[in-house]
Design a protein around this ligand. Sequence first.
Ligand SMILES: Cc1cc2nc3c(=O)[nH]c(=O)nc-3n(C[C@H](O)[C@H](O)[C@H](O)COP(=O)(O)OP(=O)(O)OC[C@H]3O[C@@H](n4cnc5c(N)ncnc54)[C@H](O)[C@@H]3O)c2cc1C
Length: 358
Amino acid sequence: MTDCDFLVVGHGIAGATLAYVLRQRGHQVLVYDPGQANSASNVAAGLMNPVAGKRFALTWRAADLLPFAAAFYRELEQRYQQPFFTETPILKLFASLEEQNAVLARSADRPWGDFLAGLATADPGLAGVNGPFGGAWLRHGGHVAVRELLAALAADGTRDGWLRHEAFDWTRLVLDPAAVTYAGQVRARHVICCEGAAAVRNPYFGWLPLTPNQGEVLDVTCAGLSAAQVLNRGAYVVPLGAGRFRVGATYRWPPFADGPTAVGREELAARLVVLTDLPFAVVEQRAGVRPAVRDRKPLLGPHPTLPVLSFCGGYGSKGVMLAPRLATLLADNLEGRAEIWPDVSLQRYNALRPTGVI
Ligand SMILES: Cc1cc2nc3c(=O)[nH]c(=O)nc-3n(C[C@H](O)[C@H](O)[C@H](O)COP(=O)(O)OP(=O)(O)OC[C@H]3O[C@@H](n4cnc5c(N)ncnc54)[C@H](O)[C@@H]3O)c2cc1C
């Protein structure tokens, strides 16, 4: 029998950050993940963008989450001596004069204005970029090489034996108030579900209002296109170096195809054409499934009636910015040092849980 403090199911960005924080604090952690090349985390463009949508709203808790995430990824860079986080200006191009005016009106607001590095009220004149209405230069954002980061962490897990490359079978879990046992092989104090969108089928957490949302990204080469910033208008264009860019993303609710589609490719190519007149070539196309939540807030913390189980996920399209802070909050909670924030707690959906059932 293997004994551990925490058994983490899933090694996407949610599970990997949580396992890292718990291990750093000296806990015995065991992680299960068969390794899924097209998990949302492995497909993600890795963008951390403080401003979202057509209304240019600051994303939820951006002023807290973004600097926290940046410091967290920097720490991992030090540890692995590998670059993961690229802090890059994000140019949100305006689609109209109305959008330009909306941002001008907001620019003095706090904390919104803290993310604004400058405003271009005319075409910023970047190589290959169409920006007739100008745009907002955002700071403190950037992008994370999520796949590489997870691979570095997983290599440690394989070497040190805390990562098992297998699917976790929830029907083999036996719950006791003090501990849980799994498949007669592992005993843990606590089990945390970090399964991403697959949690919709979880026997203990399937009642949560999680909906899979399929997304696609294209990697393109585009010679001559300005690569000193992330571009954002309709699509985002993340510079990857050597004339390569990641263009994303599409959003599809069920039912959706399993894997990349011709429709997704055309949609992203059409959006890129709005941003640049330069020719480009698609070199890779990938699809993954986001774990989306009805109120667009994450799902974190203990099961309402089974205190040996917790959930960590529902990160939608923002996993990269959310994961470090929420992993830390959940670790604090598991150590009895913090309450889960009410707006992310599973308790807010307690009414959805079928009574008399787990
Ligand atoms: C096309 C696309 C682009 C995106 N771009 C961005 C972006 O630019 N910025 C951003 O912040 N977010 C982005 N996202 C969203 C981001 O990917 C998600 O928010 C995040 O990856 C979710 O992380 P997760 O760990 O919860 O889930 P996942 O990444 O899906 O990981 C879940 C893991 O659990 C494992 N698992 C599931 N069931 C079991 C089981 N029974 N046993 C063992 N293991 C199991 C899976 O193998 C998987 O590795 C994008 C998503 C997509 C699809």
